[in-house]
Design a protein around this ligand. Sequence first.
Ligand code: ADP
Length: 262
Amino acid sequence: FNTTYIPHIDEQQVVKGFFSLASDISDRKAIERTKDEFISVVSHELRTPLTSLHSALKILVTGRLGTLSTDGQQMLEIADENTERLVRLVNNVLDLQRIELGKFTMEKQACKAADFMIQATEAMQPMAQQHGVILVTQPVDIQIWVDSDYIVQALTNLLSNAIKFSLSGGTVSLTAQCQQKSQVLFCVHDQGQGIPQSKLETIFERFQQVDSSDSRKKGGTGLGLAICRKIIEQHEGKIWAESILGKGSSFCFTLPTLLRNS
Ligand code: ADP
């Protein structure tokens, strides 16, 4: 049941009491569950044929099996790029579902923050070079209690966005600092286009983008930040964005530093 309280206000504008309105939302929940299951099954069924299509196109693009006319090669590259986007979308949908439905195992252990900061930045160096962006990190020697694979996934999502929305020549940096005894603050800073204040919250929701043409132009899916938020919340942390339009953005999240038994 969903309960709403409506105040009863008299002529003198004094609150005299509340009406309570209880509505049965079990139908809505069942519909949401069916929708989630449907998306999950479809995405799962799409993944295998898409992955093999993607591998075949990748081989054709190299020209190893014969060369095409310039127009033919161009068509092939468009098909390859779009298949790659579909694979990314399907993988993101599945990741998010897995995390939302709790169908995953977090294997938290004591990790050095420096290790996964270096791992994430090294993984993103090729993309940074492609975009002419300078990518730097200042690794810190702090121990935290996390599943490092998931944290590296969150960091690479944030770094990939920072690079995507930067101009060539810009710098992207990943920093970390101990805030309080039990908390460490990680930030990915960029000098890119920035995000309007009104969108700083909504971009963390599924399929929300500042500009709906971003998915086409930048090859995004609108799911990366929703996945990051779920991962950080599963680690009892918080994630948010700060930005100045035209100057750049910072995506920050906190993680606990103390060893826990969760
Ligand atoms: P995607 O990047 O795949 O579109 P995300 O959920 O990762 O999806 O991001 C949602 C939207 O937030 C992006 O489409 C973009 O509009 C905005 N955004 C995210 N990171 C940045 C950034 N560093 N600079 C500017 N805009 C950003």
